[in-house]
Design a protein. Sequence first.
Length: 95
Amino acid sequence: MVREENSAEGSGVVRCRPPYRAGLAGCGRVGFLLERDPLRPKPCTHAGGIAGHPDFRLTAGCDINPDRLADFGRTYGIAPEHLYPDASGMLKKER
């Protein structure tokens, strides 16, 4: 994330510009799996929407099912160290 200070106005406001990092909590049907359904228009999941948006990068994920989580990571090119078994762990480390 790029931070810039709005010094022209002298307000001291810090603005953030894309790309924004996003982590997916839950890699189930609506979170990730339905993206593989050939009959659904794309994007049709949270992961597909985030990955397809030009201002966001999908950088982490969590799920209680380790196989599904690994599949999500492979599909979106997310390294194993950014995949977590629970949301609290993901939020603590990815902030």
